[in-house]
Write a protein that binds this ligand. Structure first.
Ligand code: PHE
Length: 339
């Protein structure tokens, strides 16, 4: 019996447990009702009285050692578990999926970048405007249809507070507060009272440019726009200017670019003409300069304005304007850009 006790003692001192199940089966093996140590206690009853004292002590020793060992293994396991649950600050984080820029932002930034290379700086103004900045200062006659409720969202009437219908109002703000030379690019959201469809929305985005200095000519305007068209749509792009009318420019023109889908041969997109219209432009009307406090005998200037949605459609062939404001990530995710 002594031999058996010594053997078990050695065995128990060397025990290891890798998990809770392991530990439990060790407890069962040695200390449960049918365990090895318990059965030695049962055998203890049969030994002679002279041996009882010595063996009894050995048995108690064995039982305590086993109990201590099991407790020790248990606390080891517990500290190991809490160690594993600790935050590991050295671990690389789970990658967060990057979002993509909105296509209108991509195109706006690209336009700003191109004109930035010609020296234009960004200027911004409020979306809620008054009649003077949006219409009167820009030479709109009192009966002009754009001033009608049908085109303009009014917030109050008399005094007229309204949502700007074009970013030309930013030009007014710049001309009344800055001295020429002025070279600004005004991107922003504008509002018009239109029925919403695939080709019209009650709000959209424009970029407007204004350059005022001594001796600014129509040739300067044309050259700047040609540079823009080639940078935006490719070196082979051609431009064409058609006479037009805007209250705030004289002369005024609309600019077409050669259709970038068919290369000018004619396709359904350009309705067979080979040209697509992209912007309005002209020389700033002297009346506008004067009403903004700029001497029209000393200074001249040009202005142009384009819809960002239109340019984006040309670049990416988005068929339905409403996609831009629906926030459908399946649509938005397709636009990856360096901008
Ligand atoms: N503001 C005009 C529009 O909304 C565009 C434009 C700007 C035309 C500047 C000429 C010069 O249509």
């Amino acid at each position: 019996m002594k031999e058996r006790i010594k053997q078990l003692l050695d065995e128990i001192k060397g025990l290891q447990a890798i998990n809770r199940d392991d530990l439990e089966s060790l407890r069962i093996k040695y200390l449960s009702k049918k365990g090895e140590i318990t059965s030695l206690f049962n055998d203890f009853r049969t030994i002679s009285n002279e041996q009882k004292k010595e063996i009894g002590q050995m048995l108690n020793d064995l039982k305590n050692t086993a109990q201590d060992k099991i407790n020790e293994l248990k606390s080891n396991l517990e500290s190991k578990v809490s160690e594993e649950n600790k935050l590991d600050l050295t671990r690389t984080p789970d990658p967060i999926e990057l979002g993509s820029r909105h296509p209108l932002s991509i195109v706006k930034t690209e336009i700003a970048d191109i004109f930035g290379r010609l020296g234009f700086v960004i200027a911004e103004g409020p979306e809620v405007e008054d009649d003077w900045h949006v219409f009167s200062a820009l030479n709109f006659p009192p009966e002009h249809p754009a001033r009608d409720m049908q085109d303009t969202f009014f917030i109050t009437r008399d005094p007229d507070v309204l949502l700007r219908t074009h970013t030309s109002s930013v030009q007014t703000r710049i001309m009344t507060t800055q001295e020429p030379p002025i070279r600004v690019l005004c991107p922003g959201r504008v509002y018009r009272n239109e029925a919403i469809s695939y080709r019209a929305h009650c709000f959209f985005h424009q970029v407007e440019g204004l350059y005022i200095d001594k001796n600014v000519s129509f040739a300067d305007l044309k050259q700047a726009l040609l540079y823009f068209a080639k940078e935006m749509f490719g070196e082979g792009t051609k431009i064409r200017l058609r006479p037009s009318y805007f209250p705030f420019t004289e002369p005024s023109a609309e600019m077409d670019i050669s259709c970038n889908l068919c290369g000018g041969k004619g396709c359904p997109f350009c309705k067979g003409t080979g040209w697509v219209e992209i912007l309005g432009c002209g020389m700033v009307d002297p009346n506008v300069l004067e009403s903004c406090g700029i001497d029209s005998k000393v200074y001249s200037g040009y202005a142009f304005g384009m819809g960002i949605e239109r340019i984006t459609n040309l670049k990416y062939q988005v068929k339905d304007l409403r996609m831009f404001s629906e926030n459908d990530v399946r649509f938005l995710n397709q636009f990856k850009s360096a901008y």
